[in-house]
Design a protein around this ligand. Structure first.
Ligand SMILES: [Zn+2]
Length: 375
């Protein structure tokens, strides 16, 4: 039940923050919403750096999503118990089933059974059954069809047979954002009731008007090529802007791939056009990311150092973050590179140039390869 405790602490912090970061009118609206539903809707301060970008409040006037509704229905009078209805995941691919259950607040374990007629990886049974109302954090056992190739994502990472000579490293690249923002809420971490927009729109260039999602994809494509040249297997969270993938879902892509590193590519924006420079973020400071903090920091340091060498960018440092859904949902080491400020006219033009994009990809590759090889 550690997750439940974290969620409650998180919520308490969010409430304290609210008292000084949002207008009185918004507090009244929220108070009414909270009394009416018992749900603490996630509200964030606008972050100075642009990751998962400007952290807009989940609109209180819009219809509740089914997720919010299920939370509202599951709270008792004290507002602290967290009973949740188990979703139906029978027949779904294992990864999707995991994600649905984790988003609902459950912990998942897997049992393999011979595939028979079923497609490998399909969920054949779930215990407790769908429709049961269980305490948040309850372990749900999924029995899935296995054709013997070992698709269980929980068992292949750190598998001794995968180590040693001939090891193929896997890197998951997440080009930040997408063409259209999706401001529906999703839990900031597994089991959390604090919601955050699924994916924001990103920054745009002060001079060039380039759009951060396009920039991120260009750098990601270059990075993919360079890593593949090094024999690394690359998994992309998206290869086009015309997608709708939340930050939590992006982390789940990295988890499903058992990635050795999950690297997320972003650019910053600020209302102050003078600010420029490159920073590298890593997850730290909450129980969700504790298992990945040390390795993530190690990767962040190596990648950051190489990026400064190849780009000559202003050094804005290595920054720990505990408020990023795409980190909190990750079970593999994760970093975000904020490549520069699109709001700075000089850096905007650099970020738009192919030569600078190549330098970014080269720096990332050098740092990643050092991290993967552990030398
Ligand atoms: Zn961004």
């Amino acid at each position: 039940m550690a997750i439940g405790r974290v969620a409650r602490r998180d919520r308490a912090k969010t409430r304290r923050k609210r008292t000084y970061v949002i207008p009185v009118a918004a507090i009244v609206v929220l108070a009414i919403a909270a009394i009416g539903t018992g749900v603490a809707l996630g509200v964030f301060r606008a972050a100075p750096d642009g990751v998962e970008s400007v952290e807009v409040p989940v609109p209180t006037g819009t219809p509740a999503t089914s997720f919010e509704t299920s939370l509202a229905a599951s709270q008792d009078a004290s507002g602290t118990e967290t009973m949740v209805e188990v979703p139906d995941v029978l027949g779904k691919p294992l990864q999707e089933a995991d994600m649905l259950l984790e988003i609902a607040g459950f912990t998942v374990t897997h049992v393999a059974t011979p595939a028979g007629e079923s497609a490998t990886g399909t969920v054949l049974a779930q215990d407790p059954a769908s429709g049961s109302v269980m305490v948040r954090g309850t372990v749900i056992t999924l029995t899935y069809a296995d054709d013997g190739t070992g698709i269980d994502p929980t068992s292949s990472r750190n598998n001794p047979s995968a180590a040693g000579t001939g090891r193929v490293y896997v890197v998951c690249i997440d080009p930040g954002h997408q063409d259209k923002a999706n401001n529906e809420g999703e839990p900031i971490g597994p089991g959390s009731k604090t919601l955050k927009p699924k994916v924001t729109g990103g920054a745009s260039g002060a001079v060039t008007k380039q759009h951060e999602p396009d920039f991120a994809l260009k750098v990601a494509n270059r990075l993919k090529k360079l890593l593949e040249d090094q024999g690394v297997k690359v998994v992309m969270t998206r290869t086009t802007g015309a997608v709708d993938i939340s930050n939590a879902q992006r982390a789940e892509v990295a988890n499903a791939a058992n990635a050795d590193l999950f690297i997320r590519i972003h650019a910053d924006g600020s209302t102050n056009g003078d600010i420029r420079g490159l920073s590298t973020l890593y997850p730290a400071g909450n129980d969700w990311v504790k298992p990945i903090t040390a390795e993530s920091l190690s990767a962040a340091k190596l990648v950051h150092k190489e990026l400064l060498l190849t780009t000559g960018a202003v050094d804005r440092g290595i920054v720990e973050r505990k408020d990023i859904a795409g980190f909190n949902w990750s079970k593999v080491p994760a970093i975000i590179v904020e490549c520069g400020f699109m709001s700075n006219p000089v850096e905007d033009k650099l970020l738009a140039s192919e030569a600078y994009q190549a330098k970014l990809a080269e720096g990332m590759t050098a740092g990643i390869m050092t991290f993967l090889r552990g030398d």
